[in-house]
Ligand binder design. Structure first.
Ligand SMILES: [Zn+2]
Length: 436
């Protein structure tokens, strides 16, 4: 099927032609066939007028935990270890697979409402999460969490992860991978096994690295090295690795990231709320390391509005380095789209709006006063997107040529029913865990 989105302002993410003030986007069978002004790109098939609206590549959320919307607001304002011990771990012990599925679907709704088309996850109940993503119409990289200890789902999380990867490895919109939690909870032996299995199965690894000073102290005490150097010794970085947080990395660690092109994902809002630290992104960019933003889970964010994470991340860099010109909006846009696609190995088909790429896109409206005025140049529109707009400005969201949300209505599932279910399930879990 061929149709045309017509008359829109387009930020393409394509370095050759970054912006059109008025363009047609011709979509055929879910792929962008042509894009450009009407004179050189006439409409084909049905026309959907987006006259004057801003269209951008769908946002890629490079670090998330889908079911954690269940724990939104619980334990707020507690220090990290208290938050984990008093709120998160007791609550998680009461979560079932069906709870995870419903919560993951709610998380997809919230991400779609915020213009996110691909989410990169790590949690147990990975199969439930994948089923929810498939129903929502989004894309996802889903890491099945591997622990040294049993999870509420499985006594052998590594085997569960292998089974999950086998089940989804040929799926159109789900990219399964291994999700070892972190080097301070999983042993080098586990990471070594995962490194070998990931190489054998040809899949990615999604893990936390350098999130807290406590982690670095613990690894130093136990192994006499840093988390990054420890993981290098396991052979993990021979695979494509998505590393979340990266707050406490040494210059030598950053060299290792550069050597192996480890994908560095930053979650500034989650880090600020838990007072874990402030990520310094600039040295990673200087070293040529692919970088991206993530929301982290809703339990520590508490929203899934990725544009806000990017804005805060960029502003923190400017202030840390006392340089307002550092980390310009263009860098932020790349971290939300093309570089994020590169980190997950999909730069050939996601993260840009250009012929041959997937029609994954987000439409912004000027219904709210914060979107007015705008100025029709690539630099101005990119700054408008990164600094002025937020998730509330998202009008419609598309994946593979299909509207997941159109004019603020989620089309792929009954969102109000899912929201009601999650409300009930979250209340039950909080009560059972003695948190209310
Ligand atoms: Zn995380």
């Amino acid at each position: 099927m061929t149709y045309t989105l017509s008359g829109c302002r387009v930020i393409t993410g394509n370095e050759q032609c970054p912006y059109y003030p008025a363009a047609n986007i011709v979509i055929k069978d879910g792929i962008i066939k042509k894009i450009g002004p009407a004179e050189i790109c006439p409409a084909e098939g049905e026309q959907i007028s987006l006259r004057g609206k801003l269209v951008a590549p769908g946002l890629i959320n490079c670090h998330h935990h889908l079911p954690s919307v269940l724990y939104r607001d619980l334990g707020s304002d507690l220090p990290l270890m208290d938050w984990l011990q008093q709120a998160m771990w007791p609550a998680q012990a009461h979560m079932t697979g069906e709870d995870a599925y419903c919560a993951a679907l709610l998380s997809c709704a919230e991400q779609i409402q915020n213009g996110i088309t691909t989410t990169v996850d790590q949690y147990y109940y990975a199969d439930c999460n994948a089923r929810a993503v498939k129903r929502s119409g989004m894309r996802a990289v889903i890491g099945a969490t591997v622990f040294d200890h049993p999870s509420p789902e499985s006594k052998d999380t590594l085997q569960t992860a292998v089974d999950f990867i086998e089940k989804y490895r040929h799926d159109e919109r789900i990219t399964p991978c291994f999700g070892p939690h972190a080097p301070y909870t999983e042993s080098p032996r586990t990471y070594r096994r995962i490194a070998a299995l990931a190489a054998e199965m040809g899949v990615m690894v999604h893990t936390h690295i350098g999130e807290t000073r406590g982690e670095i102290d613990c690894i130093r005490e136990k192994y006499g090295t840093t988390s990054t150097q420890l993981l290098e010794e396991t052979g993990l970085f021979e695979n494509r690795v998505i590393a979340a947080h990266n707050i406490y990395l040494s210059p030598q660690d950053i060299d290792i990231f550069a050597k192996y092109q480890v994908g560095a994902v930053f979650c500034p809002v989650s880090n600020l709320k838990l007072a874990s630290g402030i990520p310094d992104i600039a040295p990673f960019i200087k070293a040529g390391i692919p970088t991206a933003f993530g929301t982290d889970g809703a339990e520590s964010n508490n929203a899934l509005d990725l544009l806000q994470d990017a804005k805060i991340g960029l502003l923190l860099q400017k202030t840390m380095h006392r340089d307002a010109a550092l980390m310009p909006a263009e860098q932020g846009l790349a971290m939300l789209t093309a570089e994020a696609a590169d980190i997950i190995g999909m730069a050939h088909c996601l993260g840009r709006l250009m012929p041959g790429y997937q029609a994954d896109l987000v439409v912004f409206d000027d219904a709210f006063a914060n979107a007015v005025p705008h100025h029709a140049t690539a630099a101005q529109e990119t700054a408008h997107l990164l600094y002025s707009l937020s998730g509330k400005n998202v009008q419609s969201t598309m994946v593979a040529g299909k509207w997941l949300m159109y004019e603020r209505q989620i089309r792929t599932f009954d969102y109000p029913a899912v929201a009601r279910q999650v409300q009930q399930r979250a209340a039950r879990i909080a009560a059972d865990a003695g948190l209310l």
